[in-house]
Each structure stands twice: as C-alpha cells, then as structure tokens.
Ligand binder design. Structure first.
Ligand code: SF4
Length: 322
C-alpha cells in the first residue's frame, strides 16, 4: 500500500474542502472496497478524508411519507430496519443477498452505491484496463467474459456494476441526495446517477469532484409483492451472475430491474408494459426480457446471461403471483 495522510472532518463543508484541497484525495466511509483497492494499488490516494464523523447515519420519514436513509447507514442496519422490512422488502432482501455479515456491518449506503466493478481484469494490474488506466485498452473483451456485462456495455468496457442494493434502489425509484463542493445540494434520480461506459469507463457516476452523497430517499411505499432473486456461483459471498429485483402488484403489473448484466442496474421501464397484459410467469418474463435485452451484445462466454435473466424473472413472477 502506498503511504497516505488521513483526516476526519466533522462538517460537510470541511469534508468537501479537504478533498478538493489535495488532488487525488478520496472520501472513505466503511472502506470495504476502497481499502482492498489500495492494497492492490488500483487506487492510490495520497490523502483520505474519513466521513464517518459527519452524522449521516439516520433513517427517517420524509414529509411525503417516504424514507430518507443517511449515507452512513450500515447495510446491516438498513436491511433490519422495521420500516424497510415492511414497506421496502425488495431492498432488505437485496442487501441481505450482498457480501457477508461482517462486510454488511461495515459497508455504508453511499459506499455500496459507489463500489467499483469486480471485473477480474480491473483487479489485475498486469492487464490493460480502460477503467483503471484510461486509454490503455480492455483485456476483458477478448478474454474470459463469463461474469461480465451483456447490455449497456461499449467497445471500451464490458464491466458490470456489482451492487445488489442499487438494483433494488432502482426498482424503487430512489433519489440520491448530495452536497456539492460549493455547498449546493442536489437530488439525482438513481436512474441518472450511473453513467454508461461509452469511451470514458473510468467516469462511473454523474457526481462532480468534491460532491458527497448525503442520503438516499425512497418514495412512499408502493405496496405489492417484493422479490429479489440472485443467481451466483455459490450460496453466499459471491457477486451476481444475474439478479432480478421485482415489485409485483395484485393485478399482475409491476416493476423489474436486473443486476449482474450491465454497468448499472438495468431497468427498462417500457419493457414493464409486458406485465400489464395479464401475462403469466414464463410468458410475461419472455416478453419483458425480450424488450429489456433488445440491445444486448453478449459475448460467446456470457450469452447465457440473457436466457438466465429471463428464466430468473419467470421464477420471480411465478413466485410473486403464488
Ligand atoms: Fe477494465 Fe472494463 Fe475492460 Fe474490465 S471490462 S478490463 S473494467 S475496461
């Protein structure tokens, strides 16, 4: 690990000023991803700004009847919150499908959103990677791509976003709240939070330099049956090959987002119309997946993900309706 300096501010203003003062400085909260990346010298910040003293660990009702989740709320606490379990079950289930108990105790809401890809070539500093070193190329594209993306990818990067939580947040239409370096506040719909890679895969979100996530708000509860199914190589402590977050209403309509297939949680609202025609499990899943993955460009190694996504969705819809 490269040497670095460290400070722990107590206000948002101090935190933003600290990270803007030193080029290459980084915010750190739980550190469950950043510290691994620093040990491997994939991230080499000269200065860490610890945000754990900013008082952002509250979960509270919003005036509209939704929920505001502080950026520093630990994944374990969010999953176990009674209101989340009752009204936002898809989120609780997605959180509990992620990582391990120890990691969830440490990992924060904002850190979960901002974690980096688990593309194996990103983690191997002997390999070319446009995300790690812009313009260097992408070793994955002609490599082993079984775990990588099938849709939303580009000729520069085919990595997936690894978060389970973000897939549930996407299906719930969450909003990311931030404070910019100059003190202005922003509200970014999660649909607009992540960027597709294009030819700049190293720029993953629409956050600006020095901008800090302060909370995530969930709209008022939408009812329905909340499901999160994650398909992975082993029963725990593994990232999704494919995941499906769904909220299905009694009349059969619903919302669906996929994880493990794209550089961001993959939800195509227009495709959800397939669930309004009274289609049953497999039939509705086929129509929805055909639309959601119409632009897919899988590799021979990962073409199975398109079929797996459809079948996982079919199982989710059947279970939800049962
Ligand atoms: Fe890097 Fe993206 Fe290529 Fe993986 S897929 S090696 S993260 S550029």
């Amino acid at each position: 690990m490269k040497p670095f300096t460290y400070e722990r501010p107590t206000t948002l203003h101090e935190a933003a000023a600290a990270v803007m003062r030193q080029p290459g400085a980084k915010f750190i909260a739980g550190g469950t991803n950043l510290l691994d990346l620093m040990k491997l010298q994939i991230e080499t910040p000269h200065h860490l700004v610890d945000v754990n003293g900013l008082g952002l660990e509250r979960i509270e009702l919003t005036p509209e009847g939704g929920l505001r989740v502080g950026a520093l709320v630990r994944n374990t606490d969010l999953a176990a919150n009674p209101r989340v379990r009752q009204d936002y079950g898809v989120l609780s289930r997605a959180l509990l499908a992620g990582a391990s108990g120890q990691l969830r105790n440490k990992a924060t809401t904002a850190g979960n959103l901002l974690q980096r890809t688990r593309c194996p070539y990103f983690y191997d500093t002997n390999q070319a990677c446009n995300k790690r070193q812009p313009g260097s190329g992408c070793s994955a594209i002609d490599g082993v791509t079984r775990s990588l993306g099938v849709v939303g990818t580009s000729t520069s990067c085919i990595a997936t976003h690894p978060s389970d939580m973000a897939v549930a947040m996407r299906v719930l239409d969450a909003t990311v709240e931030t404070a910019q370096a100059g003190g202005q506040r922003r509200r970014i719909p999660i649909a607009d939070f992540y960027r597709l890679p294009g030819n700049t895969p190293h720029i993953e979100t629409n956050l600006e330099p020095g901008e800090i996530v302060t909370s995530v708000t969930l709209p008022p509860p939408i009812g329905g049956v909340h499901m999160y199914h994650k398909v992975r190589d082993r029963a725990s402590y593994a990232f999704a090959l494919v995941s499906v977050a769904a909220v299905v209403q009694p009349d059969g309509t619903g919302r669906v987002a996929f994880g493990g297939v794209a550089p961001r949680p993959w939800r195509v609202e227009a495709a959800e119309a397939a669930l309004t025609k009274g289609a049953k499990g497999a039939e509705g899943a086929h129509a929805l997946a055909a639309s959601a993955f119409a632009e897919a460009r899988p590799t021979p190694d990962n073409a199975y993900k398109v079929a797996l996504a459809e079948r996982t969705l079919g199982a989710v819809l059947s279970e939800a309706r049962a």
